[in-house]
Design a protein around this ligand. Structure first.
Ligand code: GDP
Ligand code: MN
Length: 397
């Protein structure tokens, strides 16, 4: 689950990571109040107005703007709130901005003495370990740094048995070219950042830029945080951090029905139990000459309710020309699933596309008979090959 920069910074702060301070606002009036408070608390007249969306590259897209006085705060907040921000990470359709962060200008009183670094904590799947990836080249696109100057990216592997060691934090500070107070600050920063990542069961904490201020403080100017969905049950309070407006509406609806749904660009909708079978089904569709319109894993319970929810979600996609249901009845009995399909079909009424149902496993024969006798526009199959042939027939017709 992705969260906003302001939420990520709140987590970081709670673990003792120094951050660029800010106050979130969703109206121009709130932004003005926030800017006044930032001046009272931190002294500087200047603030940065930062669009809060679940995508990076906001600066490039015009979603991060400096304001030097209250007039400019009004002007910038007004321009950014409600804008559709397009960044290299949002796709061409962009994202609607409904919240801004009014943050202290941490580059003040001049950028000459500041230095930007990159730091990310993430899981290296190949190594099976968490790593801290860092670079002297902060503030810019890390993918570009990786492509053009890969020798400027360093990696520190964390041994899960002992966690981050003091010498590793010092090595990072040293490799970033720091000394004196900035060195000490960086050591503390790295330790607190790693602790935040570890304790929240995160999948990624990316801080770009990490800033060395003109008075040698080290702080997080940005925070891109991805919390591991599989760890969320251990952090019930994180549920409040979810912003469904940032997610694909159909995928949100699917998640409320406990369906694992990913939209794709093809024309054959699929409803399958188990991720492996779902992938095999997508292959079968391709072999039959179609393209999968989605990945959909209904999980262990393929009853009328889940099947109905799945139908409704698949049918939202106007590209769908046929639906292939491929369910293996191991724990769940095929005749139960067939009845679920029939009940869901009748409840929805007119389904405008042909349905191909392949049920294999316990009571597969009974299931096929139920479907064949139902009088519905359902083509049944037991073998995968038969199912593929039925899909082919749809495209031949
Ligand atoms: P991103 O573009 O989505 O990664 O958003 P960031 O939070 O990283 O901000 C983008 C850029 O805005 C940073 O790389 C900085 O160069 C700039 N920026 C952020 N905060 C400040 C600030 O307090 N003062 C100034 N002058 N620039 C800032
Ligand atoms: Mn950034």
């Amino acid at each position: 689950m992705n969260i906003h920069e302001y939420q990520g910074k709140a987590i970081l702060k709670s673990f003792g990571v120094r951050v660029q301070e800010g106050i979130v606002a969703d109206t121009v009036e709130q932004a003005v109040e926030a800017a006044k408070k930032m001046k009272d608390d931190y002294g500087s007249d200047w603030v940065v107005i930062k669009a809060q969306i679940h995508a990076g590259g906001r600066g490039k897209g015009g979603g991060v703007k400096l304001a030097k006085n209250i007039e400019e705060v009004k002007e910038r907040a007004n321009a950014i709130l409600g804008m559709t921000l397009v960044t290299p990470q949002t796709g061409p359709e962009g994202k609607l901005v409904s919240k801004i962060l009014v943050a202290q200008d941490v580059y003040y009183p001049g950028e000459s003495a500041t230095k930007e670094f990159y730091m990310g904590v993430l899981l290296d799947r190949a190594k099976g370990r968490n790593i801290i990836m860092y670079s002297t080249e902060g503030g810019m696109d890390i993918e570009e740094v990786a492509e053009h100057t890969p020798h400027l990216i360093f990696k520190e592997e964390i041994d899960p048995k002992v966690g981050l060691q003091g010498f590793q934090a010092r090595k990072i500070a040293f490799n970033l070219g720091l000394s004196g107070n900035a060195f000490k600050e960086m050591v503390k920063f790295v330790a607190a950042l790693y602790k935040a990542y570890d304790a929240t069961d995160s999948a990624m904490f990316e801080i770009n830029p990490v800033l060395k201020t003109s008075d040698d403080k080290i702080l997080a100017v940005d925070a891109k945080v991805n919390l591991d969905d599989n760890g969320l049950f251990r952090h019930p309070d994180f549920a409040a951090l979810r912003d469904e407006a940032e997610e694909d509406p159909t995928e949100v609806e699917a998640s409320h029905s406990n369906l694992n749904y990913v939209k794709l660009d093809g024309n054959v909708g699929c409803m399958v139990n188990g991720a492996g079978l779902a992938m095999a089904t997508m292959d079968i569709i391709k072999i039959a000459g179609g393209e999968p319109a989605n990945f959909l894993d209904v999980g262990g319970t393929a009853n009328a309710q889940t099947v109905k929810a799945a139908f409704n979600i698949i049918l939202k996609d106007p590209n769908v020309k046929a639906i292939l249901i491929n369910i293996f009845g191991g724990i769940v009995r095929c005749d139960r699933v067939a009845q679920g399909v029939i009940d869901a079909y009748k409840e929805i009424g007119n389904i405008p596309v042909p349905i191909i149902v392949r049920l294999q496993g316990t009571n597969a024969v009974e299931a096929k008979k139920l479907l064949d006798d139902s009088g519905l526009q359902v083509k049944s199959a037991i073998l995968l090959k038969e199912a593929a042939d039925r899909v082919k027939e749809v495209f031949a017709a």
